[in-house]
Design a binder for this molecule. Structure first.
Ligand code: DI6
Ligand code: FE
Length: 404
């Protein structure tokens, strides 16, 4: 197997229990063997064997290395855009007004259904490349704009296709319970039946890594959400939830009862929900792009999450309606400026905790044995990644041991 060596870097290892903030190792070396990290530590302790065996050597001259970034909550694949609704909202309409009037998610469903799989891929590719240009090496992509077997399958297949065509690992989430499709208007329970019919069929085809739902007064009730969770459980699929984004409906506590990998949004989360998440080990995925774009004023209860030991992740929520965002670095900044996370919490949120939100144990930190997914940045200090607004100091991405 090939051995590659990165020397004289500052390694933000993000390891749990590290003595230094960010698990930072000054003047570090990283050895990669094949697609795995083989050794990470101070230059002074680098074993001779790695130096002798290395086929390629990259002297980083003090540059920072972090784990590959993980965007753990996106709706990347959709047809069209909603710039018109942006204008309507600037004219005074609210996100919920637009949704109730048949716009919002429903308009993206129309455009997504009208697109072929290759058209969907062509429309989403620039968004994916934008995320990857900032060092994203793992991305979660949800369905949820198809809302029928045919179109949910098309979306999930397209997501999987990205994972084989581009140097990025794609995790797919089935979000059939995202909105009510027009043909089920007024019959949400019947549509949930339809979701329960789609789920095992899509799972059989290997298209689903996790199951999500939108539990909200403009979407599905806790009882309807629970039916989807029960079905996921029967299939052995992990669940996650869009919870407490616009109101407190108790979704987080419900998700925690099903051992959810994550509960996402959470602006309206209360103490009970936070405590339940802490006990269940569910990650809180914070989405500052949606908070910003919808001009929300209610902040997610970060102090409560800290108090209950809930790990926090940060993600773009890339979607056409509430967060048309393709910059995870910008989300680092917004998580700090808007939600008051520390830069270390924000960076954990796009590395180790984002991996946890996807149930992945083989990435999210720099340590021997993990996947060799990492990024070399033209900065010296990790906080610089969260500090800059709209600036990309990316130098090099290594994906599965491959220099891109
Ligand atoms: N919450 C969100 O923020 C996105 N979906 C969801 O359940 C928004 C989706 C959209 O407006 O298109
Ligand atoms: Fe979302």
């Amino acid at each position: 197997m090939t051995v590659q060596l990165w020397t004289h870097c500052r390694a933000a290892t993000m390891q749990a229990g590290a003595a230094q903030p960010y698990g930072l190792v000054e003047d570090a070396a990283i050895a990669v063997e094949g697609d795995r990290l083989a050794w990470v530590g101070p230059m002074s302790e680098l074993p001779e064997t790695w130096r002798d065996r290395s086929d390629a050597l990259y002297d980083c001259a003090g540059a920072l290395i972090t784990p590959g970034l993980i965007d753990c909550h996106t709706h990347l694949l959709y047809g069209g855009d909603r710039a018109n609704e942006f204008e309507l909202r600037l004219g005074g309409a609210s996100y919920e007004d637009i949704a109730r009037a048949g716009g919002g998610i429903a308009s993206t469903v129309r455009a997504t259904r009208a697109a072929t799989e290759s058209e969907l891929l062509a429309q989403a590719l620039p968004r994916l490349l934008a995320l990857m240009s900032e060092g994203v090496t793992t991305i979660e992509i949800k369905s949820g704009y198809g809302l029928s077997l045919e179109h949910e399958r098309k979306t999930l297949r397209a997501a999987r296709a990205f994972g084989t065509r581009e140097p990025v690992d794609v995790r797919t989430t089935f979000l059939g319970a995202h909105a009510l499709p027009p043909e089920f208007s007024g019959r949400p329970d019947d549509y949930i039946e339809e979701v329960l019919r789609m789920l095992p069929l899509l799972h059989e085809q290997g298209l689903i890594d996790a199951v999500d739902a939108f539990c909200e007064r403009i979407a599905f009730s806790p009882a309807q959400t629970e039916r989807v969770f029960e079905a996921a459980h029967r299939l052995g699929l992990p669940v996650k939830l869009h919870a407490e984004q616009l109101s407190d409906s108790g979704g987080a506590a419900l998700a925690a009862r099903y051992g959810a990998l994550s509960c996402d949004h959470l602006e309206w989360l209360g103490e009970e929900g936070a405590a339940a998440m802490g006990r269940a080990g569910s990650v809180a995925v914070l989405l500052p792009g949606a908070f910003y774009f919808l001009r929300e004023t209610r902040l997610p209860p970060v102090a409560l999450l800290r108090a209950h030991g809930v790990p926090m992740a940060v993600s773009t929520d890339c979607n056409p309606g509430s967060s048309p965002c393709t910059s995870l670095l910008l989300m680092l900044n917004m998580a700090c400026t808007l939600f008051r996370l520390t830069p270390e919490e924000a960076l954990l949120g796009v590395t180790r905790h984002a991996a946890q939100a996807l149930g992945l144990r083989d990435r999210g930190a720099l340590a021997a044995g993990l996947r060799a997914d990492f990024v070399v940045w033209d900065v010296e200090r990790p906080a610089q990644l969260a500090y800059a607004i709209g600036f990309n100091p990316h130098r090099q991405t290594v994906f599965c041991g491959r220099v891109l």
